[in-house]
Design a protein around this ligand. Structure first.
Ligand SMILES: *[C@@H]1O[C@H](CO)[C@@H](O)[C@H](O)[C@H]1NC(C)=O
Ligand SMILES: *[C@@H]1O[C@H](CO)[C@@H](O)[C@H](O)[C@H]1NC(C)=O
Ligand SMILES: *[C@@H]1O[C@H](CO)[C@@H](O)[C@H](O)[C@H]1NC(C)=O
Length: 512
């Protein structure tokens, strides 16, 4: 009896760390700023067939509409209400997307903005994505409704009401983050409104939440809100399945608030992973790929079962939110593919692939003056659909990293090897490395500026395998390099440093 109670408590405590993915799929793709109609189609035509587990969608809640600058991406991080119309589409389109993605086994995780409403200078009127009225001077958001009683200003102790020092945990949680009106999540009323919003999405069929700006909320308040969440919709999930929670906490070390304060509540975004992997792949500060042998907890990262990891996210790819020059993005496509290949081959964390749009970068003193630019849009500011080219890439400045062959095939690799430990590590003491995932997959990377010529232990059964980086296995033949593994599991590799993709990956399902 006692054991049962302990098991039940344990289950309760850790349920929210489980991404609830289906069919052995493992990776999330963030379809940043995509329209719901395009995501629904993408789930059916591309994500499910290629083994993507889930989509992180942009915030579906009603947001402010900013025209100076012109419809910036960050307007969606400034809620006006929890109505479900946004530049990604209507509530009906959102519902249709959730149903269609669930029907092909792709989960939807919602980017939930619950720390704040819009900026204090938002003004008065109905320049909001559903056209509902608000007034930031009175802190009046009638369609929730929130009024001046529902904000934290009475608790904030700084002169201007803003977060001034990240070393003061009270400021960080009780004051305004870049002037955003800070919700009083200690109030039962506010907690109830937030939970009602999230529960509506759960009933519609979403499988979890990426929770924005968690560092700026007290873990106790979040615990209360998460405790109010319903189980997932049983049309697609087993009874009593808890929503997956992953919290945005930017902790690169050196601040008063630690990511570990949030581990109990759900997973946490590991920003160190993004910053450090960028440095290693770029070989800055004397870093070498061979140092990745102890990658993960060995680098001071959070425990793997608490982490959501990524090379870049929508903030740091444009210099926001812990952005630094080391962060790898699609703008450095060769290094980005190497980094993503490593991330997806390595067992640490739940992996998230970024899918971006291109914008007109304009650097002045190393700062991108156009870091605000929103998605490809029509003259009236509405978001453009995603056109798919005959070669399966995307048009109209949608980058679609998740459709790049090297990235898509490594997402499949991760699914194939998910139950296998890292094994057979080899490195040249420099930036040539290889490792297997048990006996199901093997990757070798040459990030040195000379050729790699090695006979390596792949851990795989003997046979001929198709390298899924240089090509695809189609109808039992291979459009890329063929690798022959002998009966001892050994294979000889040549990778020139001048190749566009200086790495090779083979796995159980790429065997010919
Ligand atoms: C917004 O307010 C303006 C001016 O009062 C009004 O003309 C317009 O119809 C409103 N728009 C919506 C979508 O309610
Ligand atoms: C679960 O989803 C189905 C299909 O959309 C819907 O009919 C049902 O009402 C939802 N369940 C709840 C509890 O909302
Ligand atoms: C690798 O092998 C090729 C031919 O097999 C040879 O031309 C090249 O010099 C070798 N490179 C190194 C670094 O040993």
């Amino acid at each position: 009896m006692k054991l049962l109670v302990v098991a039940a408590l344990f289950g309760l405590c850790f349920a929210q760390h489980d991404p609830n993915t289906k069919h052995g799929r493992t990776s999330i793709v963030h379809l940043f700023e995509w329209r719901w109609a395009d995501i629904a189609a993408e789930c059916e035509r591309y994500l499910a067939p290629n083994g993507y587990a889930a989509v992180q969608i942009s915030p579906p809640s009603e947001s402010i509409v900013v025209t100076n600058p012109w419809h910036p991406w960050w307007q969606r991080y400034q809620p006006i209400s929890y109505n479900l119309c946004s530049r990604s589409g209507t509530e009906g389109e959102l519902r249709d997307m959730i149903i269609r993605c669930n029907n092909v086994g792709v989960n939807i995780y919602v980017d939930a903005v619950i720390n704040h409403m819009c900026g204090a200078a938002g003004g008065e009127g109905n320049h909001s994505s559903c056209g509902t009225y608000f007034n930031t001077k009175n802190k009046d958001f009638p369609s929730v409704p929130y009024s001046s009683w529902d904000f934290n200003d009475y608790k904030c102790k700084t002169g201007n009401g803003e977060v001034e020092s990240y070393n003061d945990i009270f400021q960080v949680r009780d004051c305004r983050l870049v002037s955003l009106l800070d919700l009083a999540l200690e109030k039962d009323y506010v907690r109830e409104k937030v939970a009602k919003y999230l529960n509506k999405l759960i009933d519609m069929g979403v499988a979890g939440f990426r929770v924005d700006a968690c560092k700026h909320m007290w873990p106790g308040d979040l615990s209360n809100v998460f405790g109010r969440l319903k189980s997932l919709n049983t049309t697609w999930f087993l009874p009593d399945t808890k929503p997956f929670i992953y919290q945005e906490v930017i902790d690169l070390g050196g601040e008063a608030i630690k990511a570990s304060e949030y581990f109990e509540l759900g997973r946490v975004t590991e920003f160190k992973y993004s910053a450090k992997l960028g440095k290693v792949i770029r070989e800055w500060d004397g870093e070498k790929l061979s140092y990745l042998k102890s990658w993960g907890e060995g680098w001071g990262f959070m425990p793997s079962d608490k982490a959501v990891v990524f090379l870049d996210n929508h903030d740091n790819q444009r210099g926001h939110g812990a952005g630094g020059a080391s962060v790898l993005t699609f703008w450095d496509s060769r290094l980005y593919k190497i980094g993503t290949g490593f991330m997806l081959a390595h067992p640490y964390g739940v992996t998230r692939v970024m899918s971006s749009f291109r914008w007109d970068r304009h650097f002045v003193n190393a700062k991108d003056e156009n870091d605000w630019m929103g998605p490809p849009s029509n003259a009236d500011g509405s978001t453009k659909p995603i056109p798919i080219n005959p070669d399966t890439t995307c048009g109209d400045n949608w980058v679609c990293e998740h459709r790049w062959r090297q990235i898509r095939n490594m997402v499949i690799f991760r699914n194939v090897v998910s139950d296998q430990p890292l094994a057979n590590w080899w490195d040249n003491g420099n930036s040539q490395i290889s490792f297997s995932r048990g006996s199901k997959g093997f990757i070798v990377i040459n990030n040195n500026n000379w050729e790699l010529n090695e006979t390596l232990n792949t851990g795989l059964p003997g046979g001929t395998y198709c390298d899924v980086i240089s090509g695809d296995k189609i109808d039992n033949s291979c459009t890329g390099k063929k690798i022959s593994v002998d009966s001892d599991g050994r294979a000889t590799f040549h990778i020139s440093h001048t190749e566009e993709d200086p790495f090779i990956a083979i796995h159980a399902e790429s065997k010919l």
